[in-house]
Design a protein around this ligand. Structure first.
Ligand code: UDP
Ligand code: MG
Length: 309
């Protein structure tokens, strides 16, 4: 029989807290008195995470799992979980339980009001570094200026979705995936619920600064061509500046009056134009690289083991 709820849990090297987390999710779902499945997607862990999933799947009938052949990233793990999920509603929940499963009842009530996506909005984020908080704020601002489908501020991937929203998400074939942006893009009525985000109880965050920067560039370049347009308009500014300089030189030549100027100014202008040109080539390169990766049409992930019931 189709489960009413699928809980997708992406996990990467979470051996320290995974067993507790799955027990907690299981206990909580049981109190809701519905048919559910817990799908743990092991994103190529090199610790004992998969052994834990295998052992728990033998004692808890609702636990199933999938293990990737290597680390493909959180976005791929989420997509795999959505594909495997059979539930009428699908919840995405991190394995470190920084987001509380207790919010599920409130989220289900919101879906009952007619929403298709209910996401958690972080009222507070205990235990996060100032660098992460500042970069997150900056990211939402930049992303929303550059794209036509803004994502709500202070949200993560923690969200409950209806079957039709999940199917819409699964119909998007691209390999450069940014979950939050894609969910914004599919449309349907969406609503947020405020909550206080817990600090991580065990283990380490998998998102260091360089991974966050990569996610940020992936998100923007995957969702907007506006940076390319900015490149186009910047070239106009230089074109007109060059025109103005040409006029000045002509006046200088014809009138015989020497224009004040020095080499430092010239060098600065050359460096600025050179820098901007390289930046623009870099931006174009980002898009070209993405086009190249998409054109290969590779699968999002490779499955090493799977537990299906
Ligand atoms: N994760 C994953 N693949 C990765 C990185 C992370 O499946 O390559 C999982 C991780 O195990 C956790 C969730 O994604 O369950 C969120 O990661 P994390 O807690 O490190 O991110 P943060 O909460 O610090 O943003
Ligand atoms: Mg976390």
């Amino acid at each position: 029989m189709t489960p009413q709820l699928s809980v997708v849990v992406p996990c990467f090297n979470e051996e320290s807290g995974l067993e507790d987390a799955i027990h907690k999710i299981h206990e909580h779902c049981r109190t809701l008195e519905l048919r559910y499945e817990i799908l743990v997607i092991d994103d190529g862990s090199t610790d004992k995470s998969w052994e834990i999933v295998t052992a728990l799947s033998q004692t808890i009938p609702e636990v199933q799992g999938m293990r990737f052949s290597r680390n493909f990233g959180h976005e791929a793990a989420t997509s795999a979980g959505f594909k495997k999920a059979r539930g009428e509603q699908v919840l995405i929940l991190d394995a470190d339980l920084q987001d509380p499963p207790e919010l599920l009842s409130a989220m289900r009530s919101k879906l009952a009001e007619g929403y298709d996506v209910v996401y958690g909005v972080r009222r507070s984020r205990a235990g996060e570094s100032w660098l992460k908080l500042a970069s997150a704020t900056l990211f939402y601002r930049v992303f929303n200026v550059l794209t036509d489908n803004p994502i709500p501020q202070d949200t993560g991937d923690f969200r409950l979705m209806t079957r039709r929203a999940v199917n819409a998400f699964l119909s998007m074939p691209e390999s450069g995936r940014f979950f939050r942006g894609m969910i914004g893009w599919i449309g349907f009525p969406q609503a947020g619920i405020f909550y206080d985000r817990m600090p991580r109880q065990t283990g380490q965050t998998k998102y260091n600064f360089s991974r966050l920067v990569k996610l940020c560039i992936d998100a923007i370049a995957g969702f907007s061509v506006r940076p390319l347009r900015i490149a186009f308009w910047t070239s106009f500014i230089f074109f007109f500046s060059a025109g103005a300089c040409l006029v000045a030189v002509l006046i200088d030549h014809l009138s015989g009056i020497a224009l004040p100027g020095n080499n430092t100014g010239l060098i600065t202008i050359i460096l600025i134009t050179g820098g901007i040109q390289t930046l623009l080539i870099g931006i174009i390169g980002e898009y070209l690289g993405r086009l190249f990766l998409e054109s290969k049409g590779r699968p999002l992930y490779i499955i090493r083991d799977e537990i299906t019931k």
